[in-house]
Design a protein around this ligand. Structure first.
Ligand SMILES: *Cc1c(COP(=O)(O)O)cnc(C)c1O
Length: 296
């Protein structure tokens, strides 16, 4: 068994897909399930495992370089995986070193990940060809993974998640949070005829998020759209009522949510149910993409 195979034995896969029965107005008119990708692993949870799986499988270089903020679930999942697999890693982190590093950065340090802070202007270059070329010259023989792990191979990992859902449920609608769009793109690319996907934008990005998703999709697929009413002011922005919602939810439900991704997703679900947005008896799957480490 190689290192990756032994890491995979510690993952809960396929992840559970469980019936969800909240006592929210409108919820008795539909059938709800939650795809529990948050249950895959405590650290490499959710869509970040799905997005990294194929990259790690075909990894042949001598180092991994990637990007993220100080609370990035992607860097956290990747850092843990690299430490388990003995892969040297450099994390290019947006912002400045702080006297009190985030729990995520502390973990990276414990896992012997090299952390380099980059200012906001440089960070904005993260997808720029010339900037990437300078990184390739500095980190010879390194694999450079984009922010959030979002690249074409990530889409295939999300399709694996969809295979697991299709095996269990004939759904009408599937819901997921949207930030870099790769997760929603992977979901949409695995839909069957008559199914649709509803993304919930977790940042202010009407138009922008749609363009991120469609860049991964082959043609003008019309089985999806993104709701922009639940970003609460922007990425990682919260309001007291959202925090209260997450707290109440976490005290009642058999799984936990956090305010950056899943909290906004379940809030959106609750709101749409109350509005009678879904058809009667619709079968709806909510993808819990994980990310609870970011809430620390
Ligand atoms: C990164 C992340 C997302 C966003 O996924 P994208 O593919 O970037 O849209 C959603 N949920 C969690 C928990 C995440 O960590």
């Amino acid at each position: 068994m190689n290192n990756l195979e032994s890491l995979e034995t510690t993952l809960t896969l396929p992840s559970p897909c469980v019936v969800f029965k909240p006592n929210w107005p409108g919820s008795s008119n539909v059938n709800l399930w939650v795809k529990r990708d948050d249950a895959i692993h405590d650290v490499i949870s959710g869509n970040k495992w799905r997005k990294l799986q194929n990259v790690l499988n075909s990894f042949s270089q001598s180092r991994i370089v990637s990007f993220g903020g100080a609370y990035s679930n992607h860097l956290h999942a990747l850092g843990f995986a690299c430490s388990q697999l003995g892969i040297p890693m450099t994390a290019l982190v947006r912002g400045h070193q702080s006297a009190t590093p985030s729990p995520m950065l502390q973990d990276l340090t414990n896992w012997h990940v090299d952390i380099e802070f980059v200012d906001r202007i440089t960070y904005q270059q993260r997808d720029n060809k010339d900037y990437l070329e300078t990184l390739r010259e500095r980190f010879v023989d390194a694999l450079i993974i984009p922010e959030g792990g979002s690249q074409l191979s990530a889409i295939q990992g999300i399709q694996t998640m969809m295979d697991e859902v299709h095996d269990k449920i004939h759904f009408d609608t599937i819901m997921a949070p949207v930030a870099s769009g790769a997760t929603l793109a992977g979901i949409v690319s695995a839909l069957k005829p008559k199914q649709n996907a509803l993304g919930v934008g977790v940042l202010k990005g009407e138009g922008y998020l749609e363009s991120l998703v469609s860049q991964f999709l082959p043609s003008s697929n019309e089985q999806w759209n993104i709701n922009h009413n639940f970003h609460f002011g922007g990425y990682a922005k919260v309001k007291p009522e959202l925090l209260q919602f997450c707290e109440t939810f976490n005290s009642l439900a058999p799984f936990k949510i956090e305010p950056v991704y899943s909290g906004k997703l379940f809030w959106a679900l609750k709101d749409l149910l109350a509005q009678g947005f879904f058809a009667d008896n619709a079968n709806i799957v909510i993808v819990h993409t994980g990310g609870l480490q970011g809430a620390r």
